[in-house]
Design a protein around this ligand. Structure first.
Ligand code: FES
Length: 379
């Protein structure tokens, strides 16, 4: 990462200042993380008192192509330590020259305070993606009716969807119910109000309470079935996308299921939103340990050695042993669990969360790697 541009980058930056024609050239190639995975921060926007949007583009002008709802994985180096984190994009692919992530600063976290303090225009980061199954292209509503449910910074992928519907002037019927602590915490409030001037989009913020400068006159409390019935009596006809903290989404799932909603039309983003969120408590211990070989797996930084059977993913075994290791998707997609394999062999079936050159350098995704020998992992 460098804050001072090289001569080449300075030329590109200066071309950006003058070069609307260059930027709008419809022959621009797509940004491809396999060719050049560096993104340059172009702007930082303060959305609320503790939420910022970081806007990026490639080093050279590129188009960014993705499906609304997808995420990118940032490869960050914080205090000398490599940390991967995935963030859903808040930007819309209908404005393809830039991509953006929007993050809340979590007090006591590692990554979000670092991002808020460090990432400024000109700063470079490495990234992978965009990718992800949570999107409104693969799960488009057959009748064009959508219900977008978010809480806190979970608003980002749904905002990407809402911006896309709006920019494309599709004949959709979108209802966006966003839950926030107070009016001061409603992210993208003004933009949603502006979008609501068009037909086909309604925004209904829900606040738990007032902020010091504004008493809330809208829906108050936490999202509930009576509230949903009031705002969207036709919610059973809608494709539902939900994103927010785990307890919020558990509540949404239970609420919809109890109301007889067809859960095949429910989609949620399941990433954890901050550093080292607690792992799932219920992880089954490895089965068939009497017939499948078991190997020793040593985690050098955690100073733990555990037994992992050959039919068990390393991350699942580490969780079962009570270890807290960074992970998000647990399916080889996001890259959050990427670790250096110091010695040993694994079999790994990933889904794009790691580059071939990283595998060649001895990196593995421990969520989808099973041991073929004793292992030493730098984690
Ligand atoms: S947790 Fe997402 S790739 Fe391993």
């Amino acid at each position: 990462m460098s804050a001072s541009p090289t001569a080449d980058e300075a030329r590109i930056l200066s071309a950006r200042r003058l070069g609307v024609a260059t930027e709008l050239d419809d022959r621009l190639p797509e940004w491809n993380a396999e060719e050049d995975d560096v993104l340059v921060c172009r702007a930082v926007r303060q959305e609320t008192h503790d939420v910022k949007t970081f806007v990026f583009s490639g080093r050279a002008p590129r188009r960014h192509s993705y499906k609304p709802g997808q995420f990118i994985t940032l490869d960050l180096v914080i205090n000398g330590q490599a940390i991967n984190r995935c963030y859903t994009l808040s930007s819309s692919p209908t404005r393809p020259h830039l991509i953006a992530v929007t993050t809340k600063r979590f007090a006591g976290g590692i990554v979000s305070p670092w991002m808020h303090e460090t990432i400024k225009p000109g700063v470079e980061i490495r990234a992978m993606g965009p990718m992800g199954e949570f999107n409104c292209v693969d799960h488009a509503s057959p009748n064009g009716k959508y219900l977008l449910l978010s809480a806190g910074s979970g608003i980002t992928p749904l905002m990407s969807m809402a911006r896309s519907f709006h920019d494309l002037a599709l004949e959709t019927d979108v209802l966006f119910l966003h839950s926030a602590r107070s009016p001061a915490d409603i992210i993208f409030r003004d933009e949603q109000a502006l979008m609501a001037r068009s037909t086909g989009f309604r925004s209904v913020p829900i606040c738990e309470g007032d902020s010091p400068t504004e008493s809330w006159t809208g829906l108050r409390g936490r999202l509930s079935l009576p509230m949903l019935e009031l705002a969207a009596p036709d919610f059973r006809e809608r494709e539902v996308f939900a994103c927010g903290p785990a307890p919020y989404m558990a509540g949404v799932r239970a609420m919809l299921a109890s109301a007889g909603f067809d859960m095949s039309r429910y989609h949620e983003e399941s990433f954890k939103f901050e550093d080292l969120a607690p792992v799932d408590a219920a992880v089954s211990p490895p089965a068939n340990t009497d017939v499948v070989p078991t190997y020793k797996v040593e985690f050098t930084r955690s100073r733990r050695t555990i037994e992992v059977s050959a039919d068990t993913h390393v991350l699942a075994a580490a969780r079962a042993a009570g270890m807290r290791l960074p992970s998000s998707c647990t399916r080889g997609l996001c890259g959050t669990c990427k670790s250096k394999l110091v010695s040993g062999e694994v079999s790994m079936q990933h889904q794009g969360g790691i580059r071939q050159r990283e595998i060649d350098q001895g990196m593995v995704l421990i969520c989808c790697a099973k041991p073929l020998s004793d292992l030493v992992i730098d984690r």
